[in-house]
Design a protein around this ligand. Structure first.
Ligand code: BEZ
Length: 218
């Protein structure tokens, strides 16, 4: 008889974040604990490895700013809690950085499987560098994947969170390389009337009927 395997619907942008309960460096944590909060769940391949160590230092460096934006951080790999604890103590000793966010010990790969963090073509045993941004309604808002050998860019992760929150708060899309303080875009018109009205709007700078930008007013 073939062994039965549970198949999961992998999370996609706009879909509910898969439920989880896991052991972490902060004790048991579950999706429920993050109700009404934004959070970033990120995976790394393995403790005590060079790229991952630089990333952990960098994640800790942006963590205070993420928290200022109301976003929590959770790390994950398939290593044990003891390994995580030894590694974060090692990071503290070598980099003078206390890792303040919880790190999930996903030994049975349950969370990694539900979130699609393992890329079997690259590694059957390690989690890739996945980043899931989940909003306060527990909806997946963005997904980023990096390979084992490339460290992630924390500035981009911060920028992404700021752009998502600006879109939610002000109802505007943001252009390429947008940073807070830059002009924002205006969603394209859906009617002839709306298209014509744009030409009269003194607050818009339009390059063409579908491509208009404006200052973001508080
Ligand atoms: C690293 O973090 O350096 C690493 C981890 C797994 C594979 C390759 C590099």
């Amino acid at each position: 008889m073939p062994e039965t395997e549970t198949t999961y619907q992998l999370p996609r942008i706009g879909s509910p974040a898969p439920a989880f309960t896991a052991t972490s460096t902060h004790g048991k944590i579950s999706l429920e604990d993050y109700k009404d909060k934004w959070f970033i769940l990120f995976s790394h391949p393995a403790d005590f490895t060079p790229v991952c160590t630089t990333e952990f230092v960098a994640f800790q460096e942006v963590y205070p700013e993420l928290r200022d934006y109301g976003v929590e951080l959770i790390g994950l790999s398939v290593d044990s809690v003891s390994s995580h604890l030894a590694w974060i103590r090692n990071i503290e000793k070598n980099f003078n950085k206390e890792i303040e966010f919880p790190v999930i010990a996903d030994l049975d790969r349950e969370v990694a499987t539900k979130y699609g963090m393992i890329m079997p073509g690259e590694s059957q045993t390690e989690t890739s560098r996945a980043v899931f941004v989940v909003d306060d309604k527990q909806v997946v808002r963005s997904i980023i994947y990096y390979p084992l050998t490339t460290g992630r860019n924390m500035k981009e992760i911060l920028r992404l969170v700021k752009a998502l929150k600006t879109t939610d708060d002000k109802g505007v899309p943001t252009p390429a390389n947008w940073e807070p303080g830059d002009k924002v875009l205006v969603s394209p018109p859906k009617t002839v009337k709306a298209m014509n009205e744009r030409e009269m709007d003194p607050n818009l700078e339009c390059i063409d009927w579908y491509l208009c930008q404006k200052e973001l007013r508080e």
